[in-house]
Design a protein around this ligand. Structure first.
Ligand SMILES: Nc1ncnc2c1ncn2[C@@H]1O[C@H](COP(=O)(O)OP(=O)(O)OP(=O)(O)O)[C@@H](O)[C@H]1O
Ligand SMILES: [Mg+2]
Length: 243
């Protein structure tokens, strides 16, 4: 069995009175692509943000690579190898592509691997090499998503968490981004992805968790969930949702 890389134990998170996660537990093993799917407001982004250290849990623990990181700053988590590609990409629009990539490698461990990481990013996303000195804000939506993922790769991560990579992209570009995520994974990076495009996500992931209103309601391999009647009814365009 592969190493347990991320372990979330009985996590509860709230925004004031709004309880966003209730007693959520999940695992990601080294080498996996794990998808986190579920309806709007289910708590998917909250889970990734809490794992990244952007939100404080009310209860529960987060273990990463054998360490309890529950109370660690985001910066220290990134330096340990857990990196978030946030929803909406959050690029520095007026900086160049290369400047954005450099910012992904500002911590010591990443800086030590800078040249190798940059080569890896340019190899995965050749368009970023072509546009290296152009402003990030002038890239297309798909290219901006590649840059956001590329910036995370510059941090030399063990685990990349990607929130809605396909948001606003055409089906063709979505396919391409998914192929690139698979390529990244095949190079040895573990991936936890939140996706609206459930059919495609279940097709590429090794395992998935289905969330609903702050809880995990189902988990299994991508194949198992694709074959699951309730998942098909709720998310893959068949009628009569139970989830
Ligand atoms: N900053 C916030 N302040 C208050 N409530 C919030 C905030 N962010 C999220 N919530 C609430 O927490 C719950 C979970 O939200 P979250 O963004 O994690 O869901 P999600 O599964 O990512 O949804 P989506 O698919 O729409 O991105 C929702 O009820 C949402 O309204
Ligand atoms: Mg979200």
């Amino acid at each position: 069995m592969a190493n347990l890389l991320l372990e979330i134990n009985n996590l509860s998170v709230a925004y004031g009175d709004i309880r966003a996660l209730m007693d959520v537990s999940m695992e990601v093993y080294e080498g996996e692509i794990v998808a986190l799917v579920g309806s709007n407001g289910a708590g998917k982004s909250t889970l990734l943000k809490t794992a990244a250290g952007l939100l404080r849990p009310q209860a529960g623990q987060i273990w990463f690579d054998g360490h309890d990181i529950s109370h660690m700053s985001t910066k220290h988590r990134v330096d340990r190898g857990i990196v978030l590609v946030p929803e909406g990409r959050r690029l520095f629009q007026t900086l160049t592509v290369l400047e954005n990539l450099k910012l992904g490698a500002y911590l010591p461990r990443a800086r030590a691997n800078y040249a190798e990481s940059l080569e890896r990013v340019f190899d995965l996303f050749p368009v970023l090499k072509e546009r290296a000195n152009g402003k990030a804000g002038l890239l297309s939506g798909g290219e901006q998503q590649m840059l956001a993922i590329g910036r995370a790769v510059m941090a030399h991560p063990k685990l990349v968490m990607i929130d809605e990579a396909s948001l606003g992209l055409s089906p063709i570009l979505t396919r391409r981004i998914f192929d690139l995520i698979v390529a990244l994974n095949q190079q040895g990076t573990t991936v936890l992805m939140v996706e609206q495009n459930i059919h495609m996500a279940l097709n590429v992931c090794h395992r998935a968790y289905v969330m609903k209103t702050g809880h995990i309601v189902l988990s299994g391999t991508g194949e198992e969930l694709l074959a699951n009647v309730d998942v098909r009814k709720a998310y893959v365009g068949e009628r009569g949702s139970k989830l």
